[in-house]
Design a protein around this ligand. Structure first.
Ligand code: SAM
Ligand code: DTB
Ligand code: SF4
Length: 313
């Protein structure tokens, strides 16, 4: 059942269940809504690296961090074509493109739209994450065929000011509203490992579940400690607590694709398998995330074979 009236207490009670009870519950919800042996896979492409003016504490691509980073121009169409072709050759269906921006400038919109048309013209689904957009920009992106827009809440409203101060939680929610109004599929999730507590994890999932529509996909990232980023001394996440986050997300967002996102290369096969049992049914596939290494395609295919998982087409 889709609910939009979750309370933090109810969500927290799920986190506090004995692990076997939580996994049984989340796997039951998973089976009711999905084929548990099908995995949606998306591949990432960084279309504009570095130079971002926001100060997200987990990110290395902004001008506030402690390291010189590459500040590239928006990617050329030829490179997009090559990446899209590689994704197609690997049998993938969706290309997710990320730009290190606070928001797209008007002068960038025509090139962004050409990128979307190129990807769509090659028969792939297109997803973009561009920072904040206006209502008009969201409509323009939809008009040229963009399928998904990723914009994460990252953490709870309460913990947000400890992570980023150059924008507010409401700025984030506003962009999500524009994206929804434009008829784009929303991809929205967060990060575990930013020094948040269970209340914060419960609160973020409540915000997601209580949106007017549940996001189509919900990426759950484990913090990747990036050279130069500010938030490097947060406590490591216990992998079983990460599995709990996936399980509670699955229960509260029963029909959304829950994506086991960044941080997978730090996880054992068994932890990943537990996440897939708990209800994660999407991953980023391909050797690279945005700036860091991902699990290799060979290792992913080997794990899928061991677990009897098939790629969703
Ligand atoms: N600049 C755009 C924005 O922030 O909306 C898009 C790109 S940003 C890299 C996309 C998302 O990736 C972030 O919202 C965050 O959830 C995730 N992310 C970024 N750096 C990460 C890290 N070091 N570890 C885990 N997730 C990360
Ligand atoms: C999301 O939730 N995670 C992806 C994607 N959306 C854009 C990004 C993960 C970035 C991990 C760190 C890096 O490679 O730079
Ligand atoms: Fe900029 Fe996005 Fe990095 Fe935040 S996460 S600093 S908005 S690129």
């Amino acid at each position: 059942m889709i609910r939009h009236n979750w309370t933090i207490e109810e969500a927290k009670d799920l986190f506090l269940l004995p692990m076997n009870d939580l996994l049984f519950k989340s796997h039951t919800v998973f089976r009711k809504n999905f084929d548990p042996n099908k995995m949606q896979v998306s591949t990432l492409l960084n279309i504009k690296e570095g130079g971002c003016t926001e100060n997200c504490g987990y990110c290395s691509q902004n001008v506030h961090n402690n390291k010189e980073v590459r500040n590239t121009e928006l990617i050329e169409l030829q490179q997009v074509k090559e990446s899209a072709q590689r994704a197609k050759d690997a049998g993938l269906t969706r290309l997710c493109m990320g730009a290190a921006w606070r928001n797209p400038k008007e002068k960038d919109m025509s090139h962004i739209k050409e990128i979307i048309k190129t990807v769509k013209g090659m028969g792939l689904q297109a997803c973009m994450t561009l920072g904040m957009v206006t209502q008009e920009q969201a409509k323009e992106l939809k008009e040229v065929g963009l399928d998904y827009f990723n914009h994460n809440l990252d953490t709870s409203r309460e913990h947000y000011p400890n992570v980023v101060t150059t924008r507010t939680y409401d700025d984030r929610l506003r962009t999500l509203e524009y994206v929804r109004n434009a008829g784009l599929n929303v991809c929205c999730g967060g990060i575990v490992g930013l020094g948040e507590n269970i209340d914060d994890r419960a609160s973020m999932l409540c915000t997601l579940a209580n949106l007017p529509e549940h996001p189509h996909s919900v990426p759950i990232n484990m913090l990747v400690k990036l050279d130069g980023a500010k938030m490097l001394d947060c406590e490591e996440v216990d992998h079983l607590d990460f599995v709990r986050m996936i399980a509670v997300a699955r229960i509260m967002l029963p029909k959304s694709h829950v994506r086991l996102s960044a941080g997978r290369s730090e996880m054992s096969e068994s932890t990943q398998a537990m996440c897939f049992f708990a209800g994660a049914n999407s991953i980023f596939y391909g050797d690279k995330l945005l700036t860091t290494e991902n699990v290799s395609q060979e290792d992913d295919l080997a794990l899928f074979a061991k677990l009897g998982l098939e790629i969703e087409r």
